[in-house]
Design a protein around this ligand. Structure first.
Ligand SMILES: NC(=O)c1ccc[n+]([C@@H]2O[C@H](COP(=O)([O-])OP(=O)(O)OC[C@H]3O[C@@H](n4cnc5c(N)ncnc54)[C@H](O)[C@@H]3O)[C@@H](O)[C@H]2O)c1
Ligand SMILES: O=c1ccn([C@@H]2O[C@H](COP(=O)(O)OP(=O)(O)O[C@H]3O[C@H](CO)[C@@H](O)[C@H](O)[C@H]3O)[C@@H](O)[C@H]2O)c(=O)[nH]1
Length: 428
């Protein structure tokens, strides 16, 4: 099919490339001309494993191209909207990019009318798809579908090509048939429902996953006091198939461009309808205090951090991404700086973006270099490069062999045997 994708960020670019892999003819659209030029030259503006190679392949096959001008999409049978829906100052979803994209689609459709399906993939509040259908009702032959995305950064391409489920909110058989043709190469369970249900499935999924993490983070705080090991506890819990083992890892809190903004957007949406989601409020509260709780663990061992050299390993909000949106590392760096620590940080990909926010931190190009002369080291993001280390060499290099494992990812037993003092999150 001929497909246009508006917005070539983490979701849009991944969607565009994976549709091209499945044989569709794809046009990626973005308002950012520099991004479009880079993409047209076969370079991905974001770091996402495997994406560069597939982008080059599909460009080479003539399956994908990029432009700043949606008018070039006049042949498109399907137009995806994948623009950002960030948080407004009030915490609601900011729909201004979505509205601009809808306006562009209306213009395109008026100039080049044809049977066309508009697919909203951006995460949007319940009711947005229905409102779009009403505001675009003058565009005859245009169907509006809600098709939320569940990919994770760091494995976006893999997730897009092997989705856990395909959720389609639509109100016509024709639109459902278009989606079935579009995704015919994908094997996943389908849920065909209303647009509103589809929109709520997206927010509810993220909120539920965030709740599991906050639950485990509070349990880790309890474990720290009881002397129990939260990683063993979560393993034991996860073996119950009713619970499952995923998203039970305690850590320094969830970050990224989705859980933080989607949980507040859901709270705001509920409030607007007179409903208080008190559990979700707590989930966010626990998450906001988790990096501070972790930092206080460090302070309990080094009460005066002024002038102390602290190594920070990992800065991105999770491994295998360059994304630092709402990364817990930013909060930890701020606390360390306020306490007067001398910070040396390492991240394989995200250091440059963090440097713009924290220019006084020293950024090094190998993980080992971060440990040199350190009074303590802190693991914030469990990149393989930050976890698989030569601990013998590191012990020799550190001023004091004190480790704070914010992801319970360093080899606890080995480190203790080697003479390190180790403190994890609910694990000591
Ligand atoms: N990042 C994720 O892992 C993820 C996963 C699932 C869903 N989502 C949702 O998908 C949406 C996009 O997220 P993202 O992380 O890809 O955002 P992003 O910020 O990486 O990308 C958005 C892109 O849209 C472009 N854009 C903005 N307005 C435009 C317009 N009018 N016309 C054309 N391009 C325009 C921007 O220049 C940018 O390149 C959000 O609603 C998000 O909540 C994100
Ligand atoms: O057990 C866990 C799992 C995750 N995290 C943290 O939670 C955050 C989010 O991680 P993850 O969900 O893997 O990354 P995202 O790319 O933000 O993906 C989430 O948000 C996307 C955007 O909505 C959805 O599409 C995905 O399904 C959903 O997993 C990160 O800071 C992780 O470190 C934990 O602390 N403990």
């Amino acid at each position: 099919m001929k497909v246009a994708v508006i917005g070539t960020g983490y979701v849009g670019l991944t969607t565009a490339v994976s549709l091209a892999v499945k044989g569709h003819e794809v046009l990626g659209i973005d308002v950012d001309a520099a991004k479009i030029e880079q993409l047209s030259n076969g370079r991905s503006p974001i770091y996402e494993p495997g994406l560069d190679q597939v982008l080059l392949e599909t460009l080479g096959q003539g399956k994908i191209r990029f432009s700043t001008n949606l008018v070039e999409a006049k042949e498109a049978q399907v137009v995806f909207v994948c623009v950002g829906t960030p948080e407004t100052e009030d915490g609601e979803a900011d729909l201004r990019y979505l509205h601009a994209a809808l306006q562009d689609i209306a213009t395109l459709h008026n100039h080049s009318p044809k049977e066309r399906t508009l697919v909203i993939k951006s995460t949007v509040p319940v009711g947005t798809g229905d409102q779009a259908a009403v505001s675009l009702r003058h565009c005859k032959e245009l169907q509006v579908v809600s098709n939320p995305e569940f990919l994770r950064e760091g494995c976006a391409l893999e997730d897009a090509l092997n989705p856990s489920r395909i959720i389609v909110g639509a109100d016509s058989e024709e639109a459902i048939a278009v989606m079935q043709t579009l995704y015919s190469g994908l094997s996943a369970p389908w849920v065909i429902t209303t647009r509103a249900n589809a929109e709520l499935i997206k927010y509810a999924s993220n909120a539920f996953l965030a709740a599991r993490i906050s639950f485990m983070n509070e349990l880790a705080r309890l474990s720290a006091v009881l002397g129990t090991d939260v990683t063993v506890v979560s393993h034991g819990m996860g073996l119950d198939s009713r619970i499952g083992s995923q998203f039970l890892r305690a850590g320094v809190g969830f970050g990224g461009s989705c859980f933080p903004k989607d949980t507040i957007a859901l709270l705001k949406l509920a409030n607007q309808h007179g409903v208080t989601l008190s559990l979700l409020e707590k989930v966010r509260e626990v998450n906001a205090s988790q990096p501070v709780w972790f930092f206080n663990q460090l302070v309990s061992k080094i009460p005066d951090l002024a002038g102390k050299r602290i190594a920070v390993l990992g800065l991105a909000f999770k491994p295998d991404t360059d994304d630092i949106r709402e990364a817990p590392a930013l909060r930890i760096l701020a606390e360390l700086q306020a306490a007067g620590a001398v910070v040396t940080a390492y991240d394989p990909i995200a250091a440059k973006a963090v440097e713009a926010l924290f220019p006084d931190v020293e950024y090094v190009t190998t993980p080992e270099a971060a440990f040199a002369g350190a009074h303590a080291a802190v693991l914030v993001t469990e990149w393989q490069a930050c976890v698989k280390l030569d601990w013998k060499l590191i012990k020799e290099q550190m001023e004091q062999p004190l480790l704070f494992d914010g992801r319970n990812a360093w080899p606890h037993d080995e480190l203790k045997k080697a003479g390190f003092e180790y403190l994890g999150v609910g694990k000591s």
